[in-house]
Ligand binder design. Structure first.
Ligand code: F6P
Length: 364
């Protein structure tokens, strides 16, 4: 029997949004239509897959969206079909609605689902694949913490924001002889702090991977003062913690697969620096500014390459695979292998070694 030809593809953007999502949707849709396929956009990520919310996507829908931030399909990070929050009698119940997802996939006559997302999305795609769904993954996250790809799209845009913010904070910190502590995203991986801090000339970078020693942080600030530099920039990752302390959480949301909401470490770091060095200190939390807005040219190119490669995998019926960047080349890996490990900053990571070489302190 001749292998079946893919005629209809579903596409969704899982988890939080990220610059470059629309560029991927465009990168998938245009060639898909050229291949004679139809494309169904699933609304609000996996929530739409469970609840049956979708819309057809035509060429005109993806025209002019290359540089647009966010996602034209909508996003939700509370829609994991296998951990689905449902309100009952004023209480939240968590249900396994994997079968609902499969039911809608069949109802929509889909031959394949392209899921664009991070670690959480790849876990869900893996489970759906095991239930018989044809899935292809495209790796997205500003955090860059997926091990099976050298880079995720969105990361470059996020570090562009961090470095631009540090450039601006540099002038005001130096004018007022202050320490400014900038908190950046990244969850349990320090890539945004490391790359953004390095690009923006931070003096101290604090990462989740390197629990810091308070005394080393104060020492660096005092050392700079002795050199006549009466200001310092500290770039702290939201997941960083002191050697003798723990991660700072700002919330807990059981509707999400990972309920932990990080945030607040910059306030703690700033308070201790002011107390122990006597230097006036301020805090800037960059928050969702890092996720919003237009993708950088690098991310637009990477997203387009990822999208076009994903539809090529679909046309060749290479299901259960995730698009991945290795060096400068786009390749693919098994989704199940992509979720086996998180990518964290290592002691030998070149950017870390280079940062140390130019005198940046990691508080260790
Ligand atoms: O994973 C991307 C990310 O932006 C993290 O860096 C951050 O901790 C989290 O999402 C924030 O999630 P939310 O948008 O739900 O606050």
């Amino acid at each position: 029997m001749a292998p079946f030809k893919v005629k209809r593809v579903g596409i969704l953007t899982g988890g939080g949004d990220c610059p470059g999502l629309n560029a991927v949707i465009r990168g998938v849709t245009k060639p898909a239509i050229e291949h004679g396929m139809t494309v169904l956009g699933i609304i609000d990520g996996f929530e739409g897959l469970v609840e049956g919310k979708s819309k057809e996507i035509y060429n005109k829908d993806v025209s002019g969206i290359l540089a647009m931030g966010g996602t034209i399909l909508g996003a939700s990070n509370k829609g994991d079909p296998f951990h689905y929050p449902v309100e009952k009698d004023g209480k939240i119940e968590i249900l396994d609605l994997g079968e609902e997802a499969i039911k809608n996939y069949k109802l929509w006559n889909l031959d394949c689902l392209i899921g664009i997302g991070g670690d959480g999305t790849m876990h869900i795609l893996n489970k759906l694949s095991l239930m018989g769904m044809n899935c292809v993954g495209v790796p997205k996250t500003i955090d860059n913490d997926l091990d099976a790809t050298d880079l995720t799209f969105g990361h470059d845009s996020a570090i562009f924001v961090v470095s631009a913010a540090l450039d601006r904070l540099h002038t005001t910190a130096s004018s007022h002889h202050r320490v400014i502590v900038v908190e950046v995203m990244g969850r349990y991986a320090g890539w945004i702090a490391l790359h953004g801090g390095l690009a923006g000339g931070a003096d101290i970078i604090l990462l989740p991977e390197i629990p810091f020693d308070w005394e080393k942080v104060y020492e660096k600030i005092r050392q700079r003062e002795m050199q006549g530099k009466k200001f310092s920039l500290v770039c702290v990752s939201e997941g960083a913690k002191p050697k003798d302390g723990s991660i700072v959480q700002k919330g807990h949301d059981i509707k999400r697969t990972d309920p932990v909401q990080l945030g607040g470490i910059a306030e703690v770091v700033a308070k201790n620096i002011e107390l122990n060095t006597g230097r006036e200190t301020r805090v800037t939390v960059l928050g969702h500014v890092q996720r919003g807005g237009t993708p950088t040219p690098y991310d637009r190119i990477l997203s387009t390459k990822f999208g076009a490669f994903a539809i090529d995998l679909v046309a060749r019926r290479k299901f259960g695979r995730m698009v991945s960047l290795r060096g400068n080349e786009v390749k693919n890996v098994k989704i199940k292998d992509a979720i086996s490990k998180q990518k964290l900053v290592q002691p030998k990571t070149q950017a870390l070694v280079a940062a140390r070489a130019v005198g940046i302190s990691f508080g260790d």
